[in-house]
Design a protein around this ligand. Structure first.
Ligand code: NAD
Ligand code: GLY
Length: 373
């Protein structure tokens, strides 16, 4: 077996390991066989990841005597819908899947979120393993048990908290990921430094280019630190009653950008989040919470690594600053019309701020000009 790092998500009977290393897809059969425990397996993937990695995972499982039932869905965010969910459930029920059987999600966050939700409702819950193949999925969506599909009313509105039994993050699989997707995933990596780990942010200032270049040591360290931070937060607050909301740093702004951009592929989630995190730091400065030096340092890092900022957002966003507040009012963190934002006192010191003043926020959004903040 090749070496890998292990991060434990400590949730009592729902605890599980995240394994991070190169070449794990080849070993997926040996690693998963005890969890599968003689049951059936469905590998759910998409039509980009399937041709790249389905064979290696399927062969590895079949070498352990496990029969696999592959299901391939169209790649892309629009797959996270009722029609695709129903098609998956229909196929699993027809094939006689039971609670003791296992669904394996092989792909990015779209496949992970849909497969996890299918696992949560198939016969009231069957087993579920995540094999994330995007950087975003390895550091964020595969960990912590948020599963969902989208509704016409918005993203991730229908779902469940449902933890996997195992996450296998094979960093070698990232080699086929387009550069734009790597940068979008990197936004979620840098989020962990910004929200609670100045030392990790400083490490990223030094080695971020190596992470983006997928240097083995740099990427496995970045994935492991990110997963450890997420595991710790989720272990304390699985259902997002408090501190888990910190993982939404940049997302209240970012989700508004995504909504105005109509969730089209010219703005990826991670791109919206990087522009949103820069804005969250500038807003924290405007609120007198954080120094301008810290906001500028965040922006400088994003610029150095070519991450998405306000100026890179589609015109559907930047030409409609008046529509940002209404879009932000839809955020799931808001309660009884009160705006909740994740703000920062400094790099590595984010906090949940409830009851933000809508007029102050709107004035900030209307006057937002990254050159003058
Ligand atoms: P994605 O699943 O759409 O993957 C991005 C693209 O990369 C797809 O076209 C996919 O086919 C392709 N791809 C995946 N792996 C590849 C590889 N190794 N090589 C080449 N191409 C590859 O998107 P994503 O960015 O992974 O995830 C975004 C989704 O995750 C959104 O739906 C978002 O809502 C969700 N999300 C969920 C959570 C959570 O906690 N559950 C957190 C963050 C994001
Ligand atoms: N991606 C945010 C969370 O899992 O809570």
């Amino acid at each position: 077996m090749s070496t890998y790092k292990t991060v434990r998500v400590d949730l009592g009977v729902r605890s599980y390991d995240i394994l991070i290393g190169a070449g794990l897809l080849d070993q997926s059969g040996q690693i998963c066989v005890p969890l599968i425990d003689g049951g059936k397996v469905a590998i759910i993937t998409d039509d980009i990841v399937g041709p790249l990695y389905l064979d290696v995972v399927q062969s590895s499982l079949e070498n352990q005597g496990i029969h696999c039932h592959p299901i391939t869905l169209p790649a892309g965010e629009s797959t996270k819908n009722f029609t695709q969910l129903q098609a998956v459930l229909d196929e699993l029920l027809t094939a006689g899947f039971e609670r003791s059987d296992t669904l394996i999600a092989l792909g990015g966050g779209v496949i992970g979120d849909l497969t996890g939700f299918a696992a949560s409702i198939l016969k009231r819950g069957c087993k579920f393993i995540q094999i994330p193949t995007t950087l975003l999925a390895q550091v964020d969506s595969s960990v912590g048990g948020k599963t969902a599909i989208n509704a016409p009313q918005g993203k991730n509105l229908i779902g469940a908290f449902y933890q996997p039994q195992l996450v296998l993050a094979d960093i070698s699989a990232l080699s086929t990921l387009p550069e734009r997707q790597i940068k979008a995933g990197y936004a979620e990596v840098v989020k962990y430094g910004l929200l609670g780990n100045l030392g990790f942010f400083e490490w990223l200032e030094r080695y971020g280019q190596d992470v983006l270049a997928l240097d083995d040591a740099a990427i496995s360290h970045a994935v492991a630190v990110s997963c450890q931070m997420k595991a710790d937060i989720v272990a304390d607050d699985e259902r997002e009653r408090g501190q888990r909301a910190l993982l939404n740093l940049g997302h209240s702004f970012g989700h508004a950008f995504e909504a105005l951009a109509q969730y089209k592929p010219d703005l990826l989630h991670g791109e919206a989040v990087s522009a949103g995190m820069a804005m969250a730091f500038e807003y924290s400065t405007a609120r007198g919470l954080c120094t301008t030096q810290d906001a500028s340092r965040v922006k400088a890092h994003f610029t150095a690594l070519g991450l998405t900022g306000w100026d890179d957002l589609p015109n559907r966003v930047t030409d409609h600053q008046d529509k940002l507040l209404p879009a932000m009012m839809q955020d799931k963190k808001n309660e009884r019309g009160e705006i909740t934002l994740i703000l920062a006192r400094a790099i590595g010191d984010a906090f949940v701020s409830k009851g933000e003043d809508a007029e102050f926020l709107n004035n900030f959004l209307l006057g937002y000009d990254p050159e003058n903040t």
